[in-house]
Design a protein around this ligand. Structure first.
Ligand code: TXA
Ligand code: MG
Length: 351
């Protein structure tokens, strides 16, 4: 298949290109598009065949459900069977934006879209290209992140092209994803609201709006397989670069000397080593490649750089990666969730 790549600017939307992309989706084809979190691989959410094509193009296990993207609250009742009051509160506060809510689904949503579940995940993205495309496609776009299964989510179109060129009809290049991490997922179908995937919207922000405690799925915190996460996608090894990756945690001086010692050992064995550090700590390392997540004081930048840096480790063909830890105050939980997965939960603690 020949994949058409078009560039659209968010502040000056090319309506003609959006209509063309919308028509592809209406005809059952696939279009990758930018959102404020990561790029999505879109298909018509109400068309079972389109969802099947998404799984095939991604190489994704078909028990892993897709998120349905909408562009207005009027679209919600057609796909969500029960909409609790809490959903309206959260939508008022965070939609459009990086929050996904889980509802009981209606019959309009095919099982092919929800991976066989009776619930549906719904998000209203704030990216204007995404919103225009959803409208042009008839209101409902199913979209997982636009990477081949197991690879880091793409935050620039270049990586979408790398993973999906020749597999889908169109890729819309809309520049950088502003946030760089996938949306926070909250499940509203249980007695207590529960976060199934941490993201830019934190449990604290959610609980402030809801006026009640928001719990975090214990399955996503466990490092082993003893508890199964409720979001099927969270159980897969994800975001992993090809090289072995280890996180080193502790006071900044201790981390620098520990990582430098580990790098030295690997280099003695002829290996090429990368260190994931910050603007401040970068100059203290002696490695083949030093990748900076930005300033430690700017957690938004750290989130935005993470997936790009994991992809760069592959491009640079390094044999081993050592990363600092990034328990930043607000989105640190989401950043560390992704980083720990990338490292297969291998962490060295030092003082
Ligand atoms: O930010 C995002 O959410 C991006 C952009 C494109 O919107 N999308 C995204 O989709 O991250 P994906 O497919 O890569 O991740 C969706 C996650 C998976 O872990 C999946 O298992 C979970 O959401 N999920 C989807 N529907 C669910 C449901 N009904 N119940 C529980 N988990 C669900
Ligand atoms: Mg994904």
């Amino acid at each position: 298949m020949n994949t058409k790549v078009v560039t659209i600017k968010e502040d000056h939307i090319d309506e003609e290109a959006i209509q063309e992309a919308g028509q592809i989706l209406k005809n059952g084809g696939l279009v990758a598009f930018p959102t404020e979190t990561v790029y999505g691989l879109g298909g018509d959410a109400l068309n079972a065949e389109s969802s099947a094509k998404i799984y095939a193009a991604k190489g994704r296990p078909s028990d892993n459900p897709l998120i349905v993207h909408i562009a207005g609250m009027d679209a919600l009742p057609l796909i969500a069977a029960e909409i609790p009051e809490s959903a309206y509160l959260l939508a008022d506060a965070f939609w459009p934006g990086p929050l996904t809510m889980i509802f009981k689904k209606t019959d309009r949503v095919p099982m092919a879209t929800t991976g066989g579940l009776s619930t549906v995940a719904v998000r209203m993205p704030s990216n204007k290209i995404a919103a225009a495309l959803i409208r042009a496609a008839g209101g409902y776009i199913a979209a997982p992140s636009a990477n081949r299964s197991g690879r880091p989510s793409p935050t620039v179109a270049k990586y979408v092209i790398e993973d999906l060129d020749g597999r889908i009809e169109m890729i819309i290049d809309g520049g950088f994803s502003a946030i760089g991490l996938e949306s926070t997922i909250i499940d509203l179908t249980e007695t207590k609201p529960m976060v199934l995937r941490p993201g830019y919207i934190t449990p604290q922000m959610l609980s402030e709006v809801l006026g009640e405690e928001v719990i975090i799925d214990p399955g996503i915190i466990a490092a082993d397989d003893t508890r199964k996460p409720k979001a099927p996608g969270m159980k897969y090894k994800h975001y992993a670069p090809k090289a072995d990756m280890v996180i080193v945690d502790g006071s900044s001086d201790a981390v620098v000397s520990k990582i430098n010692a580990l790098v030295h050992q690997k280099q003695e064995n002829g290996q090429k080593v990368a260190v994931i550090a910050t603007e401040e700590s970068g100059p203290s390392y002696h490695a083949d490649v030093i990748l900076s997540m930005g300033s430690r004081s700017n957690e938004d930048a750290i989130a935005q750089h993470l997936y790009k840096i994991l992809r760069e480790c592959d491009e640079l063909h390094v044999d081993a990666i050592y990363s600092e830890s990034f328990q930043t105050p607000r989105i640190g939980q989401a950043i560390m969730n992704r980083l720990l997965k990338a490292a297969g939960h291998t962490v060295i603690h030092c003082d």
